[in-house]
Design a protein around this ligand. Structure first.
Ligand code: GDP
Ligand code: MG
Length: 290
């Protein structure tokens, strides 16, 4: 008998959700960045083991919603909690305080699905501090998404929480998402890496054309920023910055799809897109009405 179901990853920004997802899937699917709030969308990865298949949902950080983009992110997270067969609450073990998921996320009620709490980044704890934490939190898992410690044991616990079910996807699928979605995320990730001021959080990426029938594969990506000043920073003097970002992103996309890519990268100003419902909708974010 096999098991299958949805595992939803939740946790504060920077807890290591994307790093864990990438480790579990064994391939780079979800954007990983040292800056918080980098995951704006729900990324589905599929992990198939001998006896179990997990649909993994990564969630945006559960934040206080200050503007429409953050409200859209929170709604995505709450929906993923509702859909879960098991919830994996990831906590940064190096942070001093621990809150239950219900408290941390301000949930109205205890979720239907069981919650497994996993303390991440144990590679950064002293042995004695790790022992203290283990004693304080006997029901939790202790892992390092970065070096793999505790991951096999955690996978066993997750598998045991899934319902009996036949597999829901072909065993060699790694994701239900379109490759173009990941291409957009890789462009955004590269921009986050190469721009270190206020600009990155104002960046959204649209893939306007994706031609797999051409050699090299032709991809036209448009980076949207909110102000002319941000556009100037993104382009850099003589276009050097946008060229570097384009080159970095192209190499990552080539690794993802396994063939040569021509990345045609543009930057456009879409004023205040993070606060404009029509712009958010155009970029694929769904803002709840309330
Ligand atoms: P998310 O916001 O929850 O998706 O967090 P990310 O996966 O983007 O990780 C945030 C930061 O923590 C990145 O700099 C990661 O490299 C780092 N990180 C994640 N997991 C670990 C871990 O197990 N150990 C250490 N030392 N760093 C980690
Ligand atoms: Mg993330």
């Amino acid at each position: 008998m096999t098991r299958a179901g949805i595992v939803t990853l939740v946790g504060k920004p920077n807890a290591g959700k994307s790093t864990l997802l990438n480790r579990l899937i064994g391939q780079k699917l979800s954007i990983v960045s040292p800056k918080p709030q980098s995951t704006r969308d729900r990324v589905v990865g599929i992990l198939t083991r001998d006896d179990a298949q997990m649909m993994l949902l990564d969630t945006p950080g559960l934040l206080d919603p200050h503007y429409d983009l953050q409200r859209a992110m929170r709604a995505v997270s709450l929906a993923a909690i509702g859909d879960a067969d098991v919830i994996l609450h990831l906590v940064d073990a190096t942070q001093p305080s621990f809150e239950s998921l219900v408290a941390a996320a301000g949930l109205a009620a205890q979720p239907r699905a069981p919650i497994i709490t996993a303390f991440n980044k144990v590679d950064r704890l002293l042995a004695e501090d790790l022992n203290l934490l283990r004693n304080e939190q006997p029901g939790a898992s202790f892992i390092s998404a970065a070096n793999g410690d505790g991951i096999v044991k955690l996978l066993g616990r997750l598998t045991d929480s899934l319902p009996d079910s036949p597999f829901l996807y072909p065993v060699d699928d790694v994701s239900t998402q379109q490759v173009r979605y990941f291409a957009a995320e890789l462009v955004r990730e590269t921009a986050l890496e190469q721009l270190d001021d206020e600009v990155p959080y104002s960046v959204a990426v649209g893939i306007e054309e994706f031609r797999e029938d051409r050699t090299p594969v032709y991809i036209r990506a448009v980076v949207y920023v909110e102000r002319e000043s941000q556009k100037r920073i993104f382009v850099g003097s003589g276009g050097t910055k946008i060229r570097d970002i384009g080159r970095g992103a192209r190499v990552k996309i080539e690794a993802l799809i396994g063939s040569k890519v021509y990345l045609d990268l543009w930057v456009k100003v879409l004023p205040n897109w993070r606060k404009t419902p029509s712009a958010l909708a155009r970029l694929g974010y769904h803002v709840p009405q309330d």
